[in-house]
Design a protein. Structure first.
Length: 721
């Protein structure tokens, strides 16, 4: 019986049952989105999460790509009348693409090679006689001498036989497979600085790789990408070295065995040459490619995790915020937004050189007046050029205010990209780029998710080597991350921008724009059902999107929950049976009355699944709940540190700005982020820093060392005794 697609996927994903995979495939084929399936179809998938569903999608793509290539190869070999039942079975049984390519290699159309020319001269039978160790080989060689065929002597005939055997050895799938495994296991990656290339590496970025070696199987992803970059820059030469003695023994024992004489000599020399010219270089290229692909995949995963945690940072609610975009020559741009992110006011001050002394003296007064005029409660300072000088200015100035006011340093990566974008120009057509940036910085602290989705994720800068990985794969991963974050958080249907709505399950750019246009023309949505009136938003799009869209203070309190309208009847019935109503949503009495329910019995009585009932209960107990509310709040500050203030052993709090393979970069309030190396993150061994910290986390660190000249700060998350 033929293996089904679900069974093939289950072979790749053994922790997921065939039934779960089959149901997921069915829903994906019906047009259901990953967020919708993960959130509202838990009974059908037996609680698969988004990661597992996306793993199924990826497995489908891998299997379909493999099956397509198998069909192509079978067809191409069959056209040559060379497809035997054994070869067809081997191709069909292959589980990875490389196996298929290895099996196809002998039949692949090649450019005209020395072996091809030798065959054209009629030397193929002699090559077969040699590999059969025929006693008649010497006589056959003499008979083959023919000046007319450019075979004037024995040496030229033997050379032709050699080429045919060497190419056949190089094309052997079995030989390639054994040597590939051997090289992966015992090979060593070696890097050297190219002659005269040190001058190119002025900062010594690649110094540690000037004379470096490490076993192939032990090379970490970040090192692969760093070495690749150094090689591309023309600074490093890179090769894979392996002890060839076992390889030569393996090849000769298989090709020559215990034979001796002329045939054995020819076959042995051709076999070893086949390795040197064909198999060895090909395997090296394959392994380098595999290392690079694996490293890129890992780097993309890191970028995805960091981006998710950045997007899911806790919003700072209910505060009037000033965005402070620092600069030297052009002045610091200030913009104030109200508690809902609506723009209120803007100005420019010149607190730093090269501004005139008069402008610098006037800056503080203008700054304080601007704060008081707009009742600013929080200041968000961008962390770009002149950031630390601006922080010092703000810290000194707010000491003169008689009401509590704090500031926070905001990662402004990508703000300039947003400020110059079409979206920003349409929203603030009369603003300069820097003024738009100040608004963006202020909004980032109020609602990081809503603001950051306006920016190309690759410009946000929370990964490692993001410019060295396949950009298509990176873009796909980041789109998935943004989709996950937006749908997990949910959005306010009456305030969400088109840039935010487009990431909601089931919505497109057209329907997102139509929602905003409809809202502007007819007024705010009072209930979720009104979404059906939006042009071009059909029943499927409504079903997929509506559960992720919230309406605050609407006609139906259930519209401010993540309960899907298809479950409203069950939710209402649940409340009624418990002596409650939708007016009680969020009150302590709801949790108290529902605490004694038996999930299994209640689910049966309501006609819903147990997982759906559990989600309904969460929804009625905490309407408007947001995963982001559980994330660490921003680190609020009133004073500033400089690098000169730092002393070994000093205890500080900081915000994790980036997590990489070898540790985490932490903003401790000075100009340079400090590095907590992986070896300093815990008293116990840490394999993966992302298991310990995430972007946005507030962590306690101790100063390990400070190198002011190189602008490097080494931190520890383990207190030294």
């Amino acid at each position: 019986m033929e293996t089904t697609l679900a069974e093939k996927i289950q072979h790749d994903l053994p922790k997921i049952r065939v039934k779960q995979i089959a149901e997921t495939l069915k829903m994906l084929d019906e047009g259901d989105t990953v967020p919708f399936i993960a959130r509202y179809r838990k009974e059908r998938t037996s609680n698969l999460d988004e990661v597992e569903i996306r793993d199924i999608q990826a497995a489908v793509h891998r299997i379909q790509t493999l099956d397509k290539r198998k069909a192509e190869v079978l067809k191409l070999i069959a056209e040559q009348d060379a497809l035997t039942p054994k070869l067809a079975a081997q191709i069909k049984a292959a589980t990875v693409l490389q196996q298929v390519e290895d099996l196809y290699l002998p039949y692949k159309q090649k450019r005209r090679t020395k072996a091809t020319i030798a065959k054209e001269k009629g030397l193929l039978p002699l090559a077969k006689a040699a590999t059969s160790f025929s006693d008649q080989l010497a006589a056959q060689i003499n008979q083959a001498i023919d000046p007319a065929k450019d075979l004037p002597d024995q040496e030229s005939v033997i050379a032709g036989i050699h080429e045919i055997i060497a190419e056949e050895v190089g094309d052997s799938a079995d030989f390639r497979n054994w040597i590939r495994r051997h090289t992966k296991r015992y090979g060593v990656l070696i890097t050297k600085v190219k002659r005269g290339a040190k001058e190119k590496d002025e900062a010594g970025t690649y110094q540690q790789y000037y004379d470096f070696s490490q076993q192939v199987k032990a090379v970490p992803s970040y090192r692969t990408l760093a070495i690749n970059r150094g090689e591309k820059a023309g600074i490093l030469s890179v090769k894979i070295s392996v002890d060839e003695v076992p390889i030569n023994w393996y090849l000769t024992s298989n090709m020559v065995g215990k034979h001796s004489g002329l045939a054995a000599k020819i076959v042995k020399e051709a076999t070893l040459d086949g390795y040197q010219r064909f198999i060895g270089p090909a395997i090296e290229r394959e392994i380098r490619k595999e290392l690079s692909e694996s490293a890129a995949e890992h780097a993309i995963e890191i970028f995805g995790k960091n981006l998710y945690n950045l997007l899911m940072q806790a919003p700072l609610k209910g505060k009037i915020v000033m965005g402070f975009d620092p600069a030297y020559r052009t002045g610091c741009k200030l913009a104030v937004v109200d508690a809902n992110g609506k723009y209120l006011d803007k100005t420019v001050i010149y607190p730093h050189k090269p501004a005139s002394e008069a402008k610098r003296k006037a800056a503080e007064g203008l700054f304080l007046d601007f704060i008081k005029k707009n009742h600013v409660e929080m200041i968000a300072i961008g962390n770009g050029t002149a950031s630390r000088e601006s922080e010092q200015f703000v810290a000194n100035a707010i000491k003169k205010i008689d009401f509590p006011i704090y500031y926070v340093i905001v990662n402004e990566a990508g703000a300039s990209v947003y400020s110059a974008s079409k979206v920003a120009r349409e929203e603030f057509p009369d603003f300069s780029v820097e003024q738009r940036s100040a608004v963006s910085i202020a909004r980032r602290i109020q609602d990081p998710l809503a603001e950051l989705v306006k920016i190309d994720p690759q410009a946000i800068g929370v990964g490692q080597y993001q410019h060295d990985v396949p950009q298509k794969q990176l873009a796909e991963k980041l789109d998935q991350v943004v989709e996950t974050a937006v749908n997990q958080a949910g959005v306010n249907l009456n305030t969400a921008s088109p840039e935010l709505l487009v990431h909601i399950s089931g919505l497109t750019k057209t329907t997102a724009n139509n929602i905003v246009k409809f809202r502007n023309e007819t007024g705010q949505f009072s209930n979720r059902m009104a979404l059906k009136k939006v042009p071009r938003l059909g029943p499927k799009a409504f079903e997929q999107s509506v559960g992720f869209l919230r309406i605050i203070d609407g006609d139906n309190p259930l519209d401010n929950t993540d309960i899907h309208p298809e479950s409203y009847s069950a939710a209402t019935q649940l409340l009624t049976q418990s002596g409650l109503s939708t007016a009680d949503l969020g009150k302590p009495i709801v949790a108290k009355k529902l605490a004694s329910l038996t999930i299994q019995t209640t689910a049966q009585s309501l006609g819903v699944g147990e997982a759906t009932l559990a989600d309904i209960i969460k929804g009625v107990e905490a309407p408007g709940r947001n995963l982001r509310d559980e994330m660490p709040a921003p680190l609020l500050k009133k004073d500033v540190l400089t690098m000169a203030d730092l002393q070994p052993g000093m205890k500080l709090q900081g915000t994790v700005r980036n997590v990489v393979d070898f540790g985490a970069f932490v903003d401790i309030g000075v100009k340079q982020d400090g590095l907590v190396h992986i070896s300093k993150m815990s008293k116990t061994f840490v394999r993966d820093p992302s298991k310990l910290v995430s972007v946005g986390d507030i962590v306690t660190v101790w100063i390990d060392s400070v190198d002011a000249d190189r602008h490097r700060i080494q931190l520890s998350m383990v207190e030294s005794k």
